[in-house]
Structures are given as structure tokens and as C-alpha cells.
Design a protein around this ligand. Structure first.
Ligand code: PLP
Length: 424
């Protein structure tokens, strides 16, 4: 029996497996907290995008902020993926994983001069520019480096993605992108500035979107602009529709990636733009359902108002519940024949916001291992060292095989680079 949204995570008898590997075995071998990913699940998710785009001039740029482990990047690079990056650090990871810089788009509202220079030097495909001020600085940096920066303007289509306010990015009040009514003037400015070459247009309206309506609305707004920009004598080579497709955490029913893309391509063709290259920047939908976070039950703490199940993973390992009140499924890795109890699953961190799940029905005892489901995206990549907790180890599974792809962080690693004051 597989679990919501995650066909690669399933019970066989009493035991929970990812691919053909028993999760409790991994917990015992590598310790907990432990992130575990299915490589097959990641490649299956990517192939839905690639299938829908085959026969088109296209590029899928994995938004690596969702999960930037080198083995994840290596997997996607080998499958032909490009990358959407938001920092020089992410660019260094792409290069270390064998990714092709010519398939990298550089997003983000606050790129520094040093980051621009490094990306120009590496030869990225384009800069997704988010403001007029950034355009001016990029021109200066490119001229100083004796290079041409290809630019795509990230436009803010003012479309409501219908998602959590913290992950909605395409509304007028958000910090992202160039306002729709300033876009034409900004393209003219880009064309006039030295060191820049207009390449494309992009938008990204938010994350965990479960309906195709907002995508189609944003696409129409983007195509209106493409037509206006070209009528002004500038040419746009590619259209980048960002990422944002949601996944199933519980009962969400997002469109399948191939169905969404088919609908978008049909609209692009119907409006006479079928000759253009199309880009997508999916993050969550490529990795979210491919991963779980394993934790050991430390204590059960019954109470008058609430029962607590205290586990060894915490908000520093997985921020989504604390940050967005996000629901993550939590199940036992070995099912027990016992009456389940309703309890809050919480971590050891000294914050009341440190919870992973509320009012969950679980039959577990101390020493058991639980799996937090759909934790492959914005899990490890958002982890911190709060409470001086080392970050979790990570394992990649494929079929029967499992590889440790990140060591557990040690306390000494945490304070490496800190200095005591001189003794008096
Ligand atoms: N592209 C940009 C510019 C983003 O900011 C993000 C995420 O916030 C993504 C792509 C990926 O979004 P998602 O993980 O929802 O697909």
C-alpha cells in the first residue's frame, strides 16, 4: 500500500519501504534524523516534464533551492536538466555536481556584483532580472568584465496563485519581479544599456499551486507583454514560466505536470507563439514526494490537554510546519498491532513552534522509527543548526541500493570557524 502522493514509499506487510529498501534498516544503519530520497521517484517526476515538452525547443531548470544535495543535482544533470539558481553558492554546487553552466538561469531579487561577475565568468544561460536597478548594475558588471549578460525580465503578472501568503510571489504587493506596467519600459532600457542582450521573459507566481487556472492567467499576461515588446522592435527568444506546481501532502489534487504543460503549450500555440523556446523551473514537484525524514521516537508524554510524541527530529531539520503551519504526513516505519493514540509529534528544540505534526493518530513506542512523508523538498535545504544541532545525514536509494550522500554534521564542524577571545 503506497502513501499519499508517493508511489515509491509503500508498506510491505508491517514495514515501510522506499523503493526496495526497508526504511527502519536505513535508520539503524545511518542513525536518525535521516533524510532518504528515491532516485527513481525524482527521475519519474522529471520525465513527466520532459515527456510533455518533447519535440519542443525547451529546457527544464531544476529549482535547486528545493533540495541542493550534490547527488540530487548530479542525478538531474545526467538526465539533461538545467538549473535555476539564486546565489553564487548554488552555482558552485551546480559546478561541483557536473552541471552545465550554459543551462543555468540565475534568479533572485538581490544578486550582488560579485555573484553577477562569477555567473558571467561561468557562462550562465541568462540572468532573470527582477528590477530596473539590478539591470543597471548588471550592465556595469558585464562591461567591466568585457562580457555580454543575457537577460530575461522576471515580470510580476499580478495573479493570485491561491497558495500560502509566504509562498505566493506573483502579486503586486510581493517583492518579486518587475511590475507588469513597467515591463515594456524596462525592456527598452535593457536594450539600450551596454553589456546586455535581451534573451527572454519569465514569471514565477508562487509555490505549492494546485490548480492550472493561475498558470494560464499568468501565461496570458506574459504573452501580452511578449507581443508588446516585439511590437516595439525587440525580440524575445524564450518564455520561462517558472516553477510552483504543487504536490500531494495529504488530500491535495494538483494537476499532473504533463497535463499542466500540455494545457500551457496549447495556449502558447493558440496565441501564435509555438516557435519559442519554453523553460520551466520546477523544484518541489521534482523532489518533494521523493523524500522522507526518519526520526526516532524518544519519549511519549501523555498530558491532560495533549499527548506528545517527542522525536529526535525538530524544526531545525524540517522548517515547513513551524514556518507555514504546513501539514506533513507522519507514519510508523513498522506498524504495530496496538490501539493508536492521538498526539502531537514534536522535536527537542526549545520553542513551542517546534512541532512536526498535530493531532496525529499513531501506535508507536520509544525506540520506534517514524517517517515524515513528502519531505524531499524544502526540508534539508532549509535546515539550520539552531540549538547547536548538527544537520541530518542524507541517503539516496535506487532499487535495492542505498548510498550515504551527506554525512551527519558533527558538533566540531558547527563551531569550526569560530574564535575564542585572546586569553588575558
Ligand atoms: N523559480 C523561482 C524564481 C522560485 O523562486 C522558486 C521557488 O520559490 C521556484 C522556481 C521553484 O518553485 P517550486 O519549488 O514551487 O516549484
Amino acid at each position: 500500500m503506497s502513501l499519499p502522493g508517493a508511489p515509491h514509499v509503500a508498506y510491505r506487510g508491517a514495514d515501510l519501504f522506499i523503493d526496495d529498501v526497508r526504511l527502519s534498516d536505513l535508520a539503524h544503519r545511518y542513525g536518525t534524523p535521516l533524510y532518504v530520497y528515491s532516485r527513481t521517484a525524482m527521475l519519474d517526476a522529471l520525465s513527466a516534464y520532459q515527456r510533455a515538452l518533447s519535440g519542443r525547443d525547451h529546457l527544464v531548470c531544476y529549482a535547486m533551492k528545493a533540495n541542493s544535495n550534490l547527488a540530487v543535482l548530479q542525478t538531474f544533470a545526467a538526465a539533461g536538466c538545467g538549473f535555476d539558481i539564486v546565489s553564487a553558492g548554488e552555482l558552485e554546487r551546480v559546478l561541483a555536481a557536473g552541471g552545465d553552466p550554459a543551462k543555468v538561469v540565475f534568479s533572485g531579487v538581490g544578486k550582488t556584483r560579485a555573484e553577477m561577475a562569477m555567473a558571467l565568468d561561468a557562462g550562465v544561460l541568462c540572468f532573470n532580472v527582477e528590477s530596473e536597478a539590478e539591470l543597471e548594475v548588471l550592465s556595469t558588471v558585464a562591461v567591466a568584465a568585457g562580457r555580454t549578460a543575457k537577460v530575461s525580465l522576471r515580470v510580476n503578472p499580478d495573479v493570485d496563485a491561491g497558495t500560502h501568503p509566504y509562498i505566493s510571489t506573483g502579486l503586486k504587493g510581493n517583492k518579486f519581479g518587475v511590475a507588469h506596467d513597467r515591463a515594456l519600459a524596462t525592456y527598452r532600457r535593457a536594450a539600450a544599456l551596454p553589456g546586455l542582450e535581451v534573451e527572454g521573459i519569465d514569471c514565477h507566481i508562487g509555490s505549492q499551486i494546485t490548480d492550472s487556472g493561475p498558470y494560464l492567467d499568468a501565461l496570458d499576461r506574459v504573452l501580452d507583454l511578449v507581443e508588446a515588446v516585439e511590437a516595439a522592435g525587440l525580440s524575445i527568444r524564450h518564455i520561462d514560466l517558472g516553477g510552483g506546481l504543487g504536490i500531494t501532502y495529504t488530500d491535495e489534487r494538483p494537476p499532473a505536470a504533463d497535463a499542466l504543460i500540455a494545457a500551457l503549450l496549447a495556449r502558447i500555440d493558440a496565441r501564435g507563439h509555438g516557435h519559442r523556446k519554453v523553460l520551466f523551473e520546477p523544484g518541489r514537484s521534482l523532489v518533494g514526494n521523493a523524500g522522507v525524514l526518519l526520526a526516532e521516537v524518544l519519549y511519549l508524554k501523555p498530558g491532560e490537554a495533549k499527548n506528545f510524541c517527542i522525536v529526535d527530529a525538530a524544526m531545525n531539520d524540517l522548517m515547513r510546519p513551524a514556518m507555514y503551519e504546513a501539514y506533513m504526513g507522519i507514519v510508523a516505519c513498522t506498524r504495530r498491532d496496538a490501539v493508536p493514540q492521538t498526539m502531537d509529534v514534536v522535536g527537542p528544540v526549545c520553542e513551542s513552534g517546534d512541532w512536526l505534526g498535530r493531532d496525529r493518530s499513531l501506535a508507536v513506542r520509544p525506540g520506534d522509527v517514524v517517517a515524515v512523508l513528502s519531505a524531499g523538498a524544502y526540508g534539508m535545504s532549509m535546515a539550520s543548526n539552531y540549538n547547536s544541532r548538527g544537520r541530518a545525514a542524507e541517503v539516496m536509494v535506487s532499487g535495492h541500493e542505498a548510498w550515504l550522500v551527506r554525512d551527519r554534521e558533527t558538533p566540531a564542524e558547527l563551531f569550526r570557524g569560530e574564535h575564542l577571545l585572546p586569553a588575558r
